[in-house]
Design a protein. Structure first.
Length: 163
């Protein structure tokens, strides 16, 4: 049996609980169009898509360490600009390669919580079979030019959808 190649998803030795802005894309499993569809250049949300959007809007109101600056729910994925705002600078925690616990206040902890909440809501509301892709894509936003470029990409994503 051939071994699967392991793709590195996180930047090595980077503390993802560090204050800063991150461009995140999370995808439904098998790119199922669970969140709605684009009709006449407009995103029409399904019930799952509406719950995803509701939770995105709720995050900045209830979480003090995370802010969603920009987002777009697409038919099979969600784009977010997430800003981590941990109140205290802390020393980075280093783990050996492989599995390690989620670090409170980290980007992975936030995404894990968000995806779990949506999945639980689907299960509780009789929406069978919804799953997220196991990982998520991230990009560290390093300056204002990159931030504006990503913000524009998110804002025009529906119009540029080739679906």
């Amino acid at each position: 049996m051939a071994r699967k190649k392991h793709r590195r998803y996180r930047l090595k030795d980077f503390d993802y609980a560090r204050n800063g802005a991150y461009f995140i894309t999370i995808v439904s499993q098998n790119r199922s169009r669970a969140f709605g569809e684009i009709i006449d250049g407009e995103m029409r949300l399904s019930n799952i898509g509406k719950f995803v959007e509701y939770n995105i809007n709720l995050i900045s109101m209830v979480k003090q360490d995370v802010r969603i600056d920009e987002y777009q729910v697409m038919p099979d994925h969600v784009h977010l600009i997430v800003t981590i705002r941990n109140p205290l600078e802390r020393t980075s925690i280093k783990y050996a390669p492989g599995l390690h616990p989620l670090i409170p206040g980290s980007l992975s902890s936030f995404i894990n919580h968000f995806k779990g909440k949506v999945t639980r809501w689907c299960n509780e509301n009789g929406i069978e079979g919804f799953k997220w892709q196991a990982k998520f894509h991230d990009r560290i936003i390093r300056d204002n030019a990159a931030y504006r470029s990503i913000q524009n990409y998110i804002r025009t994503n529906v119009q540029n959808w080739k679906g």
